[in-house]
Ligand binder design. Structure first.
Ligand SMILES: *Cc1c(COP(=O)(O)O)cnc(C)c1O
Length: 388
């Protein structure tokens, strides 16, 4: 019918191994392809469409703002940006927010802030940032450097200097690295997403927070994927009882529009000054209006239902045939299957369910409000696809 796939091949840069599917429209957790075939969406455009496709309230908020004032640049004040910053601070206890357009940019801002803080406090030789092996922090040259996976680095060297990779869940290793290097910050994903949907151990995260506090090292939580209600708390670090100095987020924040946010705590709120950082689109009124609609609805009731849906998925899959293990937290779930994960993804797609992959696992990132009956139907299809 459409020649979109052929035209994509001809005109769009070859950076994506796309599934053989053109998606045209949807509603909530249902999404349709060019032949009107229906799919239950367990991927949410990689944790982005937090309340599903074309959610009514979100759509109204975005359309209203698009019809009123879509952009001004940051040379002027606009209400949605300010209201969103206020809501983020009130819901987290953080003090200030910088807005950008993506997860990578939110992390770039976090990194710049940590380096400026450390340079001011201890000296400019304190520029090192410790991240974890298997982490993922973005695709820019600096956030690639922050990403602790060689596969992403190899063709793009030299990357930004000053990143060190610690072993996951090894407190002694990270203590040693802090003792032997001049460290500005430690940056973690409480649940590693692209690295294989693995929640960090509570003890390990606590130890990192203690080291940061004691040594005056900036603790950065990359909540680009695991944040915004995804893991059963507004931000996943809240599940660990820690207080980061900087929180970066994006993906689900604006429910399907590009928006990154870097949240600063007490220590870091005054580090960046005029002209230290900026973004033409950052804090765009339409994106912020979308985010206000999403963020205002991530409340205790929604988070309780995220946890209930999560428990349902874990219970159904944990002892299912062909499932070796289930990992993750909330509605960020990785499934190690006996079959090749790509085959499971393909079979699910054939049977009307969209799931993702992370490394060798099948990955689920459904909308936070996926209706229980759709979730049940999708899990049945998934279990069948895992069966050996
Ligand atoms: C997706 C992701 C990023 C990068 O976000 P972009 O919006 O693609 O730049 C950074 N960190 C984590 C943890 C992510 O999952």
């Amino acid at each position: 019918m459409s020649d979109i796939k052929a035209l994509d091949k001809e005109y769009v840069a070859n950076t994506y191994a796309r599934f053989p599917l053109e998606l045209t429209h949807g509603k909530g957790s249902l999404i349709y392809d060019e032949n009107e075939k229906e799919y239950i969406d367990l991927g949410s455009g990689i944790a982005v469409t937090a309340f599903g496709i074309a959610d009514d309230l979100w759509q109204k908020a975005v359309a209203r703002q698009a019809g009123t004032l879509q952009h001004t640049s940051n040379l002027y004040y606009t209400a949605p940006c300010v209201e969103l910053a206020k809501m983020l601070c009130e819901k987290t206890g953080m003090k200030k927010v910088f807005f950008s357009n993506s997860g990578a940019e939110a992390n770039e801002c976090a990194i710049k802030t940590a380096r400026k803080y450390a340079a001011g406090k201890k000296g400019s030789e304190y520029y090192n940032i410790i991240t974890l092996k298997n982490s993922f922090h973005g695709r820019t040259v600096t956030t690639l450097a922050a990403t602790g996976q060689d596969v992403f680095h190899k063709d793009f060297l030299p990357l930004t200097e000053g990143f060190l990779y610690a072993d996951v869940n090894d407190s002694e290793n990270i203590k040693k690295m802090v003792a032997e290097n001049k460290v500005a910050a430690i940056m973690i994903e409480c649940v590693q997403g692209e690295g294989g949907v693995a929640a960090l151990d509570a003890e390990f995260v606590k130890t990192i927070a203690e080291i940061c506090e004691k040594e005056d090292i900036i603790l950065i939580c990359d909540e680009v994927q695991c944040g915004n209600g995804r893991c059963g708390a507004l931000y996943c670090y809240m599940n660990y009882g820690i207080t980061p100095d900087i929180v970066s987020t994006a993906k689900g924040l604006a429910g399907g529009l590009p928006l990154g946010a870097t949240l600063f705590g007490e220590k870091t709120k005054a580090v960046l000054g005029a002209s230290d950082h900026g973004s033409t689109f950052g804090g765009n009124p339409v994106c912020c209006a979308g985010a206000l609609s999403i963020l205002s609805r991530i409340d205790e009731e929604l988070l309780a239902s995220v946890k209930a849906k999560s428990e349902y998925i874990f219970n159904e899959l944990q002892n299912a045939s062909g499932v070796k293990s289930v990992s993750g937290m909330g509605l960020m779930i990785g499934i190690e299957t006996e079959k090749n994960a790509s085959d499971v993804v393909k079979e699910c797609m054939e049977n009307g369910v969209l799931v993702l992959k992370a490394k060798t696992k099948v990955r689920l990132l459904p909308a936070l409000n996926i209706p229980d009956e759709l979730l049940k139907k999708a899990v049945e299809v998934l279990k069948k696809a895992c069966e050996v």
